[in-house]
Design a protein around this ligand. Sequence first.
Ligand code: DAH
Length: 344
Amino acid sequence: MDMIGEIVAFEESALAAIAAAPDAKALEDVRIKFAGRKQGGLRDVQALVGKADPAERPAVGKRFNEAKTKVESALEARQKELARPKAVAGALDITLPGTPLRLGKKHPLVQTMDELKDIMGRFGFSVAEGPEIEDEWHNFEALNIPEDHPARDPLDNFYLAAASVAAANPGGARSSGSGGPVLLRTQTSTVQIRVMEKQRPPVRVVSLGRVFRPDTIDASHSCVFNQMEGLMVDRGVTMAQLKTVIRMLFSSYLEHDVSIRFRPSFFPFTEPSVEVDIPWGDDWMEIGGAGMVDPHVLSAVGYDPDEYTGFAFGLGVERLCMKRHGITDIRRFYENDVRFLRQF
Ligand code: DAH
């Protein structure tokens, strides 16, 4: 056989063996046999090229190089092919479009509370947290709501039957400072007390979270809803500042200038007290209460009412969110119907 013939024969048998290798292990054996660096067919054929007649050498060398390239690329291609996972017939059609991932998102009320915190943060208010299970001191007493006040009627509150357990084991209840009865907090004003007990003025905090009342549920009432409490105490804090902060807060959250209405009212922990309304259709809607912190409250936490004044407010988060998005029934927030929730 002439040299070119030998090269061609080598190439053919190498390519056939590569194509026939059933798996990676067999292919590696083929590679060593035909193209191994220490031994192997390619080396032997190359040796032949060295011995070729000088006149024939260029042609033989060229053909050898072709064979070498072909064999090496066939090896590489077959390696890749064998490494690929095998398609199981009928099991999976990879040409079908995938199932779209449905991403969850924050509940509209959580989005609202995040935005409110953000706006108040820009006014210099930090966020404080308080427990949902409260004792009577923080929910009533320190807020100037005495024992015989109608707001403390057991029928108007969710008192917990676990109260006696808490009394026996004060460390076991998250909130119980006094060891007395505990209840689900009816207002976030409790957090005013918790903050002032720990911190000296100046104070600027908001606290957002759930409150609980045995109310009859309708389009604008729920027995669980969210409030944002705000408190600012310092020397010389005024009612004008209160009104400015609330109006700027609403305008910022609702993304347009809003007028607000302060209606004289009464809360045991503020004096004077107001009800805060915003326009609602042709009418007004009550969004919460506010006022100047009652001196009794300041004294209860050891602040000197002659030195400090403060304002406080408590606003309904649901109602603000309803106003912004034109939602007319508060119950939509709690039904967890994704067709409703997906819109926000
Ligand atoms: N806690 C009151 C409520 O839930 C709302 C409120 C009124 C909060 C006046 C305040 C306030 O901080 O000053 O009805």
